[in-house]
Design a protein around this ligand. Structure first.
Ligand code: NAD
Ligand code: IPM
Ligand code: MN
Length: 347
């Protein structure tokens, strides 16, 4: 019961098309709560018009909400008026960092009836706990002698004991709640020895407190072999921000495609609202055509409901998606809004 203050940022491209379908489902599901929505017009179009990305006053307002639903941000590729990174860094990462979304939760399940490009994928059901506030994403770098043959550019990965320990603890707690209770650390400790050392030591230290969780370690390159050859071996994966970004696009691809991959940018301490969004971007190549699959955005509302304590409603959304997926027939296509309507109707 009660009211949830929901900040909605549809963003750009297909974000504008999939977000209304996610909201349709959120309204259709019987969660016992009322979602009071505030829509924020942020993203490429807004930037090109106003030259503002995320004014501090707007960030302060968004912070007052209980949760955030985001579509995707990113404008037309190579737009001379839209420097690379301006939205990614200034809006998306700004929200993740400012709202302390240190757990970027990205589940991958091969739902029954969903096609995988792998011949024999097995029973795939794992979750990637991607660190969300550190690593090479912090903007800790610079460039010297730009445009000359002597140019030097750096992006220094930041790994604090505080930041690593808290995400590792969260991953162990999640592994503990799952039937298989297995956690894999993915890194590149053989080359990134400084960052790798802090990840490895804290992983080992926290593992000692969780004797019921089995663990293993893989280098990122080998992990990609295992994810392609035998993805069913994974249960929970904990990894740094950039490795987690890359892993989760592959994870999406082997479990039915990027159109199905949901995510939550979670602040487990609840000092600020968490943000739920599909793993995919604004897909300028298909934007405006009503051909994007809204399922990833819809499944993100299931993660949102679960985070807010509405486990039954979250399960109902997932069940509606599952039923819809098993009814999909190869060779037939539905418009974005038709898929949203069909899933909402099942609720
Ligand atoms: P993308 O995820 O937007 O698209 C990759 C490919 O997947 C494209 O071929 C696209 O058509 C397809 N695709 C994506 N979502 C789909 C869906 N729901 N249904 C069907 N097909 C789908 O990645 P990109 O092309 O690398 O990036 C485009 C822009 O989006 C860039 O500006 C990038 O920075 C931004 N981006 C934003 C987010 C975000 O807001 N969270 C995430 C990723 C990328
Ligand atoms: C994602 C995206 C973002 C990321 C970009 C757009 C900043 O690829 O959410 O996976 O790298 O985290
Ligand atoms: Mn990504």
């Amino acid at each position: 019961t009660g009211t949830v203050q929901l900040a909605v940022i549809p963003g750009d491209g297909i974000g504008q098309e999939v977000t209304p379908e996610a909201l349709k489902v959120l309204e259709a599901v019987d969660s016992g709560v009322k979602f009071e929505q505030t829509h924020y017009d942020l993203g490429a179009e807004n930037y090109l018009r106003t030259k503002e990305v995320l004014p501090p006053t707007v960030l302060a307002e968004i912070r007052q909400h209980d949760a955030i639903l985001l579509g995707a941000v990113g404008g037309k590729p190579n737009d001379p008026d839209l420097p690379p990174g301006i939205l990614e860094r200034g809006l998306l990462l700004k929200l993740r960092f400012e709202l302390d979304h240190y757990v970027n939760l990205r589940p991958s399940r091969l739902f029954p009836g969903t096609a995988s490009p792998l011949a024999d994928p097995g029973d795939v059901d794992f979750v990637v706990v991607r660190e969300g506030t550190e690593g090479p994403y912090t903007g800790n770098g610079g460039a010297l002698r730009v445009g000359t043959p002597h140019e030097v550019a750096t992006e220094v990965s930041v790994n604090t004991a505080f930041g690593v320990e808290r995400v590792v603890r969260d991953a162990f707690a999640r592994a503990e709640r799952r039937p298989r209770k297995h956690l894999t650390l993915v890194h590149k400790t053989n080359v990134l020895v400084n960052a790798g050392s802090v990840w490895w030591r804290l992983f080992e230290a926290v593992a000692a407190e969780h004797p019921d969780v089995t663990t293993d370690y893989m280098h990122i390159d080998a992990a990609m072999i295992h994810m392609t050859v035998n993805p069913s071996r994974f249960d929970v994966i904990v990894t740094d921000n950039l490795f987690g970004d890359i892993i989760t696009d592959l994870a999406a691809a082997i479990t039915g495609g990027i159109g199905l991959a949901a995510s939550g940018n979670v602040n487990p301490d609840r000092t600020a609202p968490s943000m739920f969004e599909p793993v995919h971007g604004s897909a300028p190549d298909i934007a405006g055509q009503q051909v994007a699959d809204p399922t990833a955005a819809i499944l993100s509302t299931s993660l949102l409901l679960d985070h807010l304590g509405h486990a039954d409603a979250a399960a109902a959304v997932e069940a509606a998606v599952l039923a819809d997926l098993s009814d999909r027939r190869p060779g037939t296509t539905r418009r974005t809004s038709e898929i949203g309507d069909a899933i909402a109707a099942r609720l």
